[in-house]
Design a protein around this ligand. Sequence first.
Ligand SMILES: C[S@@+](CC[C@H](N)C(=O)[O-])C[C@H]1O[C@@H](n2cnc3c(N)ncnc32)[C@H](O)[C@@H]1O
Length: 397
Amino acid sequence: MGLHLLKQTDPEFEAAEQAHSDRLRDVIRGEIRAAGSIPFWRFMELALYAPGLGYYSAGKTKFGEAGDFVTAPELGTLFARTCARAVAPVLKASDDNVFLEVGAGTGAFAAAALTELEQIDALPARYQILDRSAELRERQRETLAARVPHLLDRVEWLDVPPEDSWRGVLFANEVLDALPVHRFVIRDGEPHELHVALDEAGNFGFVEREADLMLLGAIRGIEEDLDHRLPEGYVSEVAPQLPYWFDAVCGTLSAGLAVFIDYGYSRREYYRPDRNRGTLLSFYRHRAHEQFLDRPGLQDLTASVDFTALALAATRVRFPLAGFTSQANFLMAAGLLDLFQLEQLQVGEIDRYRLAQEIKRLTLPGEMGERFKVISFARGIDHVPDPFQAYDLSRTL
Ligand SMILES: C[S@@+](CC[C@H](N)C(=O)[O-])C[C@H]1O[C@@H](n2cnc3c(N)ncnc32)[C@H](O)[C@@H]1O
């Protein structure tokens, strides 16, 4: 995740957290005992989304200084307001346009984006939220009720992606990196899938299993694109279900823009020979580490995005690529600095400092500026707003 700061907790809190993780550990152990082993993607799915117990499904703080990571919308309102301005022309094109936010976290983005859209007279007919976590949906409702009570009746929570055709903007910040991934290793020239099994003491550990046809096809496809086989011992991740997910979530958007912001690489960069341990990371209290099987339910698990895979998935369902650029270039082109300057004039010394920090974190190359990319897809619209194509990197995909 984005940024990492230190924090402290008391022993009682630690004991409650441990008990929570133990309950989830028992659920996962049960699945492993029944099957002998489970693929890592299934472990990741349970660790993040097991009902009532997973990292995203249960009440853990997660976001902000008291949590495990900070995302761009949690730094302040500049990110959401700038994104809102960038998509406004698409929303304004028709009265029945919808803004669909996938994976809305605490609701911070929605609250700031709605405020900005109202100010610039670009409010969508409806603001829909699709989120896998029931706990976060509740938090989103609380955030919106506190920050934009007068706009709450425009907001709708969806249980499944829209089934009927719709127009507008689909937006997802740091959602793709939270989708469960398959982990593989090249052993004796052949891709093997990393599974999670139990040792004699009941602890989780990785074991290697023959890759099934879907995984094998995905890895061979990558190797074809790269024009070479991945080297012996190479470990990485792949999300073979990404095309199905993309189609399920974006398939009914008949006219509009789908925007994904996340950290990741083009395929060639992702599967560089020297990136031979993959991109998977765990986050616990703002520290990144590689003990992926520790503390299920208490730590985030995340993998970088293969943007080439996303572009291929979109093309297959006739959703053409509209642009691919860095977060810094996108935000600058969308007027981040203008908003910053305006805001600076209206606040005191301490807030001015906070705003300057926010800008740095959003745009500096060592922070989110270069590592995070903005990829967008468009269909049925005449014009893609310029910021989505600023310093376009599509040729790298
Ligand atoms: C890392 S958080 C990012 C939240 C927010 N967009 C932000 O930037 O602060 C990932 C969010 O995506 C949600 N999520 C994960 N998988 C999802 C899926 N398949 N469909 C919808 N939401 C999902 C999580 O519940 C969570 O709200």
